[in-house]
Structure formats: structure tokens, C-alpha cells
Design a protein around this ligand. Structure first.
Ligand SMILES: [Fe+2]
Length: 177
């Protein structure tokens, strides 16, 4: 039986493993955003729009408090799918530590460690044994309802998602569960 305890990992304190957000996939992200805004009192912190002046969105990052996002919604060809959920880590050093653990245990890596342009968060994506994409996420800036929403356009999307590589890998845009 496979052990997930690697030498040098050390005991978990449990203090840095809370969930942070989830990214959902749907066919009409503008309608889903409206639901989260009008019914659940979220507000958008960042959006990808077809053009700078548009009510429509192709993706949206929504907060219910002061986190940069609690829920994000991505437009796609399917309804009601999970793109990923994320665990909150304290800072970049903890993200690098997570990368070490992912390598020590030969976990299926999607991408990272790297930084998002959108949210400014620091990130790694990886797959759990069931095939769900997980993320470890740190950083980002504090959100306020009266702060203007940051708008991205499709030509900047790859840079917005992966700020350093500026390329979307195939798995990132085609795998959801
Ligand atoms: Fe995320």
C-alpha cells in the first residue's frame, strides 16, 4: 500500500490548510455572475470581457468579503462542472513547500509554481487521485466592494491566468470534473 508520508515533511499543524475558493465552469458566465451578485450578494473583483466596455463576461472572479475571490466562474462548453478548488497557504514559501511535497509524492502536476496576473495570487495546480484539479493558493490583494473591478480582455487571458509563462496549457482549458 502506498504511503503518503515522505521523509522530511514533518507534522501538519492544520493551520495552513483551509479552503480558499473554487472555480466553476458553465455555459453562460454572465448569467451565473448575476445569480451570485443578486441572490448571494457577491461582487466581482476581476472579469474577462469580450471588450473593455461590455456587460458580458467570459470569466469572473467574485468575492463575498475581502478575499480577492471566493468563487470564480469560467465560461465553457459544459454546464455545472468543477474546474478546481483551492487550499489557502500563507505565502510564496509555503507554495514552494507544497511543490516539494507534490514532487516527493509523485503527484500529478498540472502547472506551477507560478503567479496569476488575475488576482496576483501565487499558485500550483495538481490532480488528486480522483482526477479533480486542486490548487494551492497564496497572496492576492485585499478586495473591497467599492474598488473598481479589474477588466481583462481575451488577448491578455494567458498572461492573466499564468503571468510568467503567458501560455495556457491544454489540460488547464479542457479538464474539468
Ligand atoms: Fe483558483
Amino acid at each position: 500500500m502506498r504511503s503518503f508520508t515522505s521523509p522530511g515533511r514533518g507534522p501538519s499543524t492544520g493551520s495552513d490548510h483551509c479552503s480558499d475558493h473554487a472555480l466553476l465552469v458553465c455555459q453562460d458566465p454572465t448569467l451565473s455572475e448575476r445569480f451570485f451578485k443578486e441572490v448571494l450578494d457577491f461582487y466581482p473583483t476581476e472579469r474577462v470581457q469580450p471588450e473593455l466596455e461590455s456587460e458580458q463576461c467570459m470569466a469572473t472572479w467574485l468575492s463575498a468579503g475581502q478575499k480577492i475571490h471566493d468563487i470564480a466562474i469560467l465560461g465553457g462548453p459544459v454546464q455545472g462542472k468543477l474546474h478546481h478548488f483551492a487550499f489557502q497557504l500563507e505565502d510564496w514559501s509555503k507554495v514552494l513547500r507544497a511543490a516539494d511535497i507534490i514532487s516527493m509524492d509523485d503527484i500529478s502536476l498540472d502547472i506551477g509554481p507560478t503567479r496569476h496576473g488575475i488576482t496576483r495570487g501565487e499558485t500550483i495546480y495538481f490532480f488528486d487521485p480522483a482526477g479533480n484539479r486542486n490548487e494551492v493558493f497564496a497572496g492576492g490583494y485585499r478586495a473591497y466592494p467599492d474598488r473598481p473591478c479589474v477588466v481583462w480582455t481575451p488577448d491578455q487571458l494567458a498572461k492573466g491566468i499564468f503571468y510568467h509563462d503567458r501560455v495556457l496549457n491544454e489540460a488547464f482549458t479542457t479538464v474539468w470534473t
